[in-house]
Write a protein that binds this ligand. Structure first.
Ligand code: FAD
Length: 493
């Protein structure tokens, strides 16, 4: 091989970072081009007017020592600290205050207690939920189980068959049916919690969510989930340092403008020049990869159609004075204004608040808040700028009303407010249309037909949350690992 990179990775979201770090660990030379001056994409920390805000994602799993990020942090001695918050999240809705404690049994016992005569049903539901979560999280915790088509992985899966048995009656069904099977479809605390959690993980509510995926992600709080001290960008920075130390390169402020076939593989044109490389991995939306190559690929077009069934985000980035009872730790509020209405467009907010001692994020006595809600980018497509602005400000007015009603201790103390919209995400993550969060896992068997890495052309791969397992930081990073393994195999052959 020559002196240039072995692999160019377009973008330093967690899919790109996971891929590049794995390639570098295996002795290959990846070069990452990132359009922005900092890494992480939807899961980054940005600074504005001296305050540091989480741009989108705030809380994530896989940080425990035996899990993917935990292992990377240890192996590369990353200077990253995790705060294991308790409660991890506080769910608030009118008449409901439900702290999601780190102690899963205590959380289940509390819900069972509130369910009165349905208490045993709650326990039965969570017993099933745990079996499904144990079966599916093993896959997220052990990248070698994916893709399930190598001899080693098939052997491991065969040995685990008994653990997959509970999935048999669940595949292709929405989670609400499973709640109904247990007589719990109208038990408001459980349904509201599950609905809100499914919306932010599998990207749809319980009435639509594919049961196995939904049951697995209900375990979200109990799978090595924590707060990265200083902001999520610290982990992204740690990954960049690890890639460089292992022999890879990361070039910031350098956008990839085009990809062209060349005798060496691909000619990559960037805003500062570019490179040729045998292989390219794109950490982009499917349509944005097609645009870089300058043609439409059927595999990417159909994937992009699925992405367009998903979401954008509206944001409020705020600085507030800490209220007298504010916990010193970072904390997270999930707010639902009306539990009977759809959980988007400001009716449902995920609010993350910085810790008292994160002084580089806000000065003493103040905190930064990142609040997000789901919106429909399709409602904005083809609209005039004026109509787009009207839609976004309507959603943001609802966000402020929800915050005022359910978190008045913060809403009443806001000093600075920066709004964000799908256009903001389009600009800073280069995701056309501002689609974020991946493809919703609405009930259906089609999800199980799309488990392999996506390779739209020879030596060209896609990573990120549009490809399986997708949809979260951990899943995007894991997808990066499995693509790196496939790339390594192809380059060594
Ligand atoms: C509001 C919000 C809240 C979320 N909350 C959570 C959460 O709490 N927990 C969780 O696990 N997940 C959460 N998610 C989901 C999670 O953040 C994403 O699924 C994940 O971070 C996506 O990673 P990705 O690899 O797809 O890359 P992206 O985040 O899309 O990053 C892509 C990167 O590539 C760069 N890029 C793109 N094109 C080019 C180009 N041509 N040249 C150079 N660079 C380029 C971009 O600048 C960007 O930095 C949230 C998402 C949003 C939007």
């Amino acid at each position: 091989m020559g002196t240039g990179p072995d692999v160019v990775v377009v973008g330093s979201g967690f899919g790109g970072l996971g891929c590049a770090l794995t390639l570098a660990e295996r002795g290959l030379r990846p070069r990452v081009y990132e359009a922005l001056k900092y890494p992480g994409g939807c899961a980054s920390t940005f600074t504005r007017d001296g305050f540091a805000f989480e741009s989108g994602a705030t809380l994530f799993s896989g940080l425990a020592e035996h899990q993917l990020f935990g292992q990377w942090m240890k192996r590369h001695r990353m200077d990253v600290q995790v705060s294991w918050l308790d409660p991890l999240v506080e769910l608030r809705a009118p008449g409901l205050h439900l702290p999601v404690t780190r102690d899963r049994d205590a959380f289940v016992a509390r819900l069972a207690g509130e369910a009165g005569p349905l208490g045993p049903n709650v326990r039965r539901f969570f017993a099933l939920q745990r079996r499904v979560a144990d079966a599916l999280w093993a896959v997220l915790d052990s990248p070698e189980l994916l893709p399930p088509f190598s001899a080693r992985a098939l052997w491991a899966h065969a040995a685990r068959l008994p653990q997959y048995l509970p999935l048999a009656g669940l595949v292709g069904r929405p989670l609400l049916e499973v709640l109904d099977d247990h007589g719990l479809g109208t038990f408001t605390p459980l349904r509201t919690w599950a609905n809100a959690l499914c919306q932010i993980t599998v990207q749809c509510g319980v009435a639509e969510a594919e049961a196995p995926f939904a049951l697995a992600t209900l375990d979200y709080a109990w799978r090595g989930t924590g707060h990265v001290v200083g902001g999520i960008g610290r982990l992204a920075d740690g990954m960049v340092r690890a890639i460089r130390a292992a022999g890879g390169e990361v070039c910031f402020g350098e956008r990839v403008k085009g990809l062209e076939r060349s005798p060496e593989g691909w000619r990559v044109t960037t805003t500062r020049g570019g490179a040729t490389a045998p292989t390219v991995v794109a950490n982009t939306l499917p349509a944005d990869l097609d645009a870089l190559v300058g043609r439409s690929t059927p595999a990417l077009a159909s994937l992009q159609d699925a992405v367009r069934t998903g979401w954008g985000a509206a944001m409020l980035y705020a600085v507030a004075d800490a209220h007298p009872g504010a916990p010193a730790s970072a904390h997270h509020l999930e707010l639902v204004a009306d539990a009977t209405a759809p959980l988007h467009e400001g009716n449902h907010l995920f609010v993350s608040i910085s810790a008292a001692d994160e002084h580089h994020r806000a000065p003493p006595g103040q905190r930064t808040l990142t609040a997000s809600t789901h919106v429909f980018p399709q409602a904005l497509e083809g609209q005039t700028a004026q109509r787009q602005a009207a839609y976004v400000s309507r959603v943001q007015a609802t966000m402020k009303a929800t915050l005022g009603e359910l978190a008045p201790e913060w809403a009443g103390r806001i000093r600075h407010l920066l709004p964000g919209s799908p256009r903001t995400f389009q600009r800073f993550t280069r995701r056309t249309g501002g689609y974020v969060g991946g493809i919703p896992r609405r009930a259906g068997l089609h999800h199980y037909a799309q488990l392999t890495p996506v390779q739209p052309a020879e030596r060209l791969w896609l990573v990120g949350d549009s490809v399986f397992p997708g949809q979260s930081i951990l899943a995007a990073a894991l997808g990066g690992v499995r693509v790196a393994e496939a790339v390594e195999r192809s380059l060594r052959n």
